[in-house]
Write a protein that binds this ligand. Structure first.
Ligand code: KIV
Length: 279
C-alpha cells in the first residue's frame, strides 16, 4: 500500500511509529521499499555522504532532482520526500514554489522538505497552496551550520525551547504535513510532539516522536569518521563491503576469478576452426 500524507497522519493518530530513511539511488530505495519503510527522504545530506562535501550548503537543485528521480523509480510504496537545497527557497516565495514544483514534476517526489520556522511560513503556505505537501525541519537544521557555529544541539535554553515550540505551531498552522525534529533535547521533542496534530519525525530527538529518520550510511555502518550518538549502527555493511572488495582483489590477482562458472562457453568446432584459420 502506498504511504501518503493521510496514512502518515493516521499512523500518528493510532500510535504506529513512522519509519523514514534517507536514500539517494534506485538500488537502495528498492531495498528499503521491499523492507516496508514508510517514507524515504532524499536528504541534502547527499552532499556529504554521496558527494563528499563538508556540509550540505553546496548541494544544488540539479543534484536533488537527479537523485530524487532515481529514488522515485526504486520506491513503489514509500512516501518520497525531497529536500529543498540551501538557497532554493530562502530568497523568495516565488523561488520556493518554482523549485518545490521541480522536485515534484522532474524528480517525482511526493513532498518537499525545507528547514526553518517562522521565517519560512510564507514559503510553506505558498507551496501547500500549489498542492505540494511540505515537511518542515526544526532544531539542528544543517543548512544553518554557519549561523549555529557548528552542528550543535538546539533548544536547550528556555528562550530557545520556547522559540522551537512556537515555530512548530507556526509551521503546522502554515500547512506543513509533518516536521522533522533534529538535534533537540528528548523532553522538548516530547512536548512538541504532544502539542502538534501533524507527525513529528525525530533524528537525535526522542523515542516519543511519532517517527524516526536516519541517514542510511550512518545506520548501516558505511560512514567513516565522527558519527553522532543518535545514529545507532544497526548493521556493519562497511565491513561486509570491505571483505567482498578485498576478496575480489585477491581472487582476481590469483587467477581464481573468474572461475569456469563465471564465463561463457563456445562450441569446440568454432575454436578448432579459428585455430586452423589462424585468426
Ligand atoms: O538531509 C538529510 O538527510 C536530513 C535528515 C538528517 C533529516 O535532513
Amino acid at each position: 500500500m502506498k504511504n501518503t500524507v493521510s496514512t502518515l497522519l493516521k499512523q500518528k493518530q493510532s500510535g504506529d511509529k513512522i519509519t523514514m530513511l534517507t536514500a539517494y539511488d534506485y538500488t537502495t530505495a528498492r531495498i528499503m521499499d521491499e523492507c516496508g519503510v514508510n517514507a524515504i527522504l532524499i536528504g541534502d545530506s547527499l552532499g556529504m555522504v554521496m558527494l563528499g562535501y563538508e556540509n550540505t550548503l553546496p548541494v544544488t537543485m540539479e543534484d536533488m532532482i537527479h537523485h530524487t528521480k532515481a529514488v522515485a523509480k526504486g520506491a513503489e510504496n514509500a512516501f518520497i520526500v525531497a529536500d529543498m537545497p540551501f538557497m532554493s527557497y530562502q530568497v523568495s516565495v516565488q523561488d520556493a514554489v518554482i523549485n518545490a514544483g521541480r522536485l515534484i514534476k522532474e524528480g517525482n517526489a511526493n513532498a518537499v522538505k525545507l528547514e526553518g520556522g517562522a521565517e519560512v511560513c510564507e514559503q510553506i503556505r505558498a507551496i501547500v497552496n500549489a498542492s505540494i505537501p511540505v515537511v518542515a525541519h526544526l532544531g539542528l537544521t544543517p543548512q544553518s551550520v554557519n549561523a549555529f557555529g557548528g552542528f550543535k544541539v538546539q533548544g536547550k535554553s528556555i528562550d530557545k525551547a520556547k522559540k522551537l515550540i512556537q515555530d512548530a505551531l507556526l509551521i503546522q498552522e502554515a500547512g506543513a504535513c509533518a516536521v522533522v525534529l533534529e538535534g533537540i533535547p528528548a523532553k522538548l521533542a516530547d512536548i512538541i510532539t504532544k502539542k502538534l496534530f501533524i507527525p513529528t519525525i525525530g533524528i537525535g530527538a526522542s523515542a516519543g516522536c511519532d517517527g524516526q529518520v536516519l541517514v542510511y550510511q550512518d545506520m548501516l555502518g558505511l560512514t567513516t569518521g565522527h558519527v553522532p550518538k543518535f545514529a545507532k549502527r544497526f548493521a556493519n555493511a562497511g565491513d561486509v563491503m570491505r571483505q567482498g572488495i578485498s576478496d575480489y582483489i585477491s581472487e582476481t590477482k590469483a587467477g581464481i576469478f573468474p572461475a569456469p562458472e563465471n564465463t561463457y562457453a563456445i562450441d569446440d568446432e568454432v575454436i578448432d576452426q579459428l585455430v586452423k584459420e589462424e585468426v
